[in-house]
Ligand binder design. Structure first.
Ligand SMILES: [Zn+2]
Length: 265
């Protein structure tokens, strides 16, 4: 049963990844997420159900449009695979639970942020604002439920998850606001909002871990790009892409690491 559910949720993650690709393609351009149905962006040919099968469709067509031969961006495959992998990890970690659903949801939100910032150097309000509202709703429901509420093993401040989320949001956005003030041009308004969202989604104190991971990954990549001379000091680096990796890792494993760390004292 467990194995069957794991397979089902992994496939669901791949299918959801396929939808996230539509979001990543269309949201920055302000196009409808529903209409028109999937079509090749180069030749406009409507895709058949067979072309549309996630992962396998891409591999079967060898990453090219069946009708005009234009290359399909490799990102399509990546996001589908990542959707499957993250759903698999979340189910493996939390089992059939509210925490699994919440973690899977945040993986989707941050995957979209990662790839839109990478491709367009944008963190869209159209994503951060509604996501912040969803975060508050989740935290409000959790505050009303008897412990452990929606989060089985999370170290929120006892029974005050809404406070934990709000404090997380304030610290998260405050951190990047200070960073933006210290070094103008590095962090943007989008990063400040993203920091707030990361705090709301993961809560205090887990958000410290989430932000730290994002900052470290972003810093390492920036240094690597400079050393390899792929980017110069003046070039723009989409930090949101790296920052948004933080909460995914923190939600999946941060709690375990924090518990282990606290148990140390
Ligand atoms: Zn085509």
């Amino acid at each position: 049963m467990e194995i069957l559910l794991t397979v089902i949720f992994t496939l669901l993650g791949i299918a959801v990844g396929s939808f996230l690709n539509v979001v990543i393609d269309r949201l920055p351009a302000g196009r409808s997420l529903v209409l028109p149905p999937s079509q090749c962006d180069a030749c406009g040919h409507r895709l058949s159900p067979g072309d549309n099968i996630p992962v396998f469709g891409y591999l079967w067509l060898r990453g090219r449009c069946r009708y005009c031969g234009t290359r399909i961006p490799r990102r399509i495959l990546w996001v589908e695979l990542l959707g499957g992998i993250l759903f698999f990890l979340a189910f493996w970690r939390f089992g059939l639970s509210a925490e699994f659903a919440i973690t899977a949801f945040w993986c989707c939100v941050f995957l979209v942020i990662i790839f839109i910032d990478w491709e367009h150097k944008l963190i869209l309000n159209k994503i951060t604002y509604p996501a912040a509202v969803v975060a508050l709703v989740i935290l409000a429901i959790d505050s009303l439920l008897p412990p452990p509420g929606l989060f089985t093993g999370r170290i929120f401040m006892p029974e005050t998850s809404i406070l934990s989320g709000v404090i997380g949001g304030v610290i998260g956005s405050g951190f990047f606001l200070v960073a933006a003030l210290i070094k103008p041009g590095g962090m943007g308004v989008g990063d400040i909002k993203l920091g707030g969202l990361i705090g709301l989604a993961t809560g205090f104190p887990l958000m410290i871990f989430a932000v730290l991971i994002g900052v470290i990954i972003g810093g390492l990549v920036a240094v690597a790009l400079l050393l390899l001379k792929l980017k110069g000091w003046k070039d723009f680096i989409p930090y949101g892409t790296f920052l948004a990796i933080g909460p995914i890792i923190a939600l999946l494993w941060g709690n375990e690491i924090l518990n282990w760390y606290i148990g140390f004292f």
